[in-house]
Design a protein around this ligand. Structure first.
Ligand SMILES: Cc1cc2nc3c(=O)[nH]c(=O)nc-3n(C[C@H](O)[C@H](O)[C@H](O)COP(=O)(O)O)c2cc1C
Length: 164
């Protein structure tokens, strides 16, 4: 190991780097707010439970868009395909980046994006404290999926991960 440290308030950057060694996919979480449809790029998504069907993700408490997601009774998690890098960047910058996307809306008025590898339409099941984030547990009410290459995030870089 080249780097070894005790995490404290002075070395958050290093801890972030260590977290980035965990290769993940990338998702966009969407919800309806009083200001209209909102979204956020998030790689804190994880599957949690098959029975009951549950997933988790973690919004940052300090984020300006936290109130939208903390209060959302319904939301959708979109697992991005390799050709959706622009969507990833757009929702990292702004919660309102729906212009070119023409979202559909489900029965609970949650904006749904097309072209993702998987989409989980959820109802809030629980919210747990998690330091400077919270852990949102979603009960999955509907799933859609299709084949294709994934958008992967590793060590601060985006890559295409082909299934073949
Ligand atoms: C690859 C990637 C993954 C991210 N994952 C999360 C996440 O899991 N939770 C979160 O709160 N923000 C995450 N973000 C940050 C948000 O997408 C967004 O950039 C942030 O909320 C912007 O701050 P603001 O809401 O204060 O404008 C991620 C950003 C990127 C690029």
């Amino acid at each position: 190991m080249d780097t070894d440290f005790i995490p404290d308030e002075t070395n958050g950057r290093l801890l972030r780097d260590a977290f980035s060694k965990f290769a993940s996919g990338v998702t966009v979480v969407t919800a309806m707010s009083e200001e209209g449809p909102v979204g956020i790029t998030a790689n804190s998504f994880s599957s949690l439970s098959i029975d009951p069907p549950l997933v988790i993700w973690s919004p940052s408490v300090g984020s300006r868009r936290f109130p939208y997601f903390e209060n959302a009774e319904y939301f959708a998690i979109h697992v991005l395909a390799a050709d959706q890098e622009e969507i990833c960047f757009d929702f990292a910058k702004s919660p309102f980046a729906f212009e070119a996307l023409e979202p559909e809306f489900n029965a609970q008025n949650v904006p749904l994006l097309k072209g993702c590898l998987a989409r989980f339409e959820c109802r809030k099941h629980a919210v747990h404290p998690g330091g400077d984030h919270v852990i949102v547990v979603g009960q999955i009410e509907r799933v859609s999926m299709q084949d294709g290459a994934a958008l992967a995030f590793f060590s601060g870089q985006f890559r295409a991960l082909d299934p073949n």
